[in-house]
Design a protein around this ligand. Sequence first.
Ligand code: FMN
Length: 209
Amino acid sequence: MPSSPSPVKRILGVVGSPRQQGNTHVLVAKVLEGAAEAGAQTDTLLLGETEIRECDGCHACWRDKPCTKDDDMNDVYPRIVAADAVVFGTPVYWYAPTALMKAFIDRFVYFNCPDNHKKIAGKAAAVVVPFEEDRPETADLVVAFFEKCFQYLEMRLAGTLIVPGVTRRGEVLAKPDVLARAKDLGRSLAASSRPGWRTSSEVGDTNSR
Ligand SMILES: Cc1cc2nc3c(=O)[nH]c(=O)nc-3n(C[C@H](O)[C@H](O)[C@H](O)COP(=O)(O)O)c2cc1C
């Protein structure tokens, strides 16, 4: 009999807002708190605290060379590779991810060659998106962007947390129901096993759309 798949152990939370202790930071921290309570090891990456420059497609990374940008991303790649699941948090900025998050994802070109692709394929992903407007559809482009990227990277979308109606720094702290959903998402991520990840609806669909 094949042994049962091992549960997720390491979860990397990426905060794509430049605002520390903002809504994205609070929500990603809650997801990681839920994951830690369920036994996962967690790691937090604040993109606003890093220097991650634009990818210009030189493809040094495809030739097993460090990125020519020589910035913080060279230390971040091993943290992504070590993770079983990655939580991508970004507020909506002009109906899109923040520039910080877009630059970060652009650097995933690293994973586009066969040797590196296997370092990311099969990992789970979750998406956390707070924003000001009241209509959940405001996040549609952001979610579609991540879905396309995950499809290409062969990552599995395990859950989304869409949070309309938050504007000021940390305003989401006044929404205990949303914080509870964030923790549930973290617990689900930690409890899921690598092969056969569940879809977002099976995870209890934290998406309010
Ligand atoms: C440059 C910029 C663009 C924004 N664009 C939108 C937008 O298109 N739609 C929206 O609902 N909120 C928009 N917002 C509001 C943020 O999404 C909202 O304040 C969010 O809670 C910020 O998250 P944070 O606290 O993690 O930074 C924008 C904010 C900024 C600074």
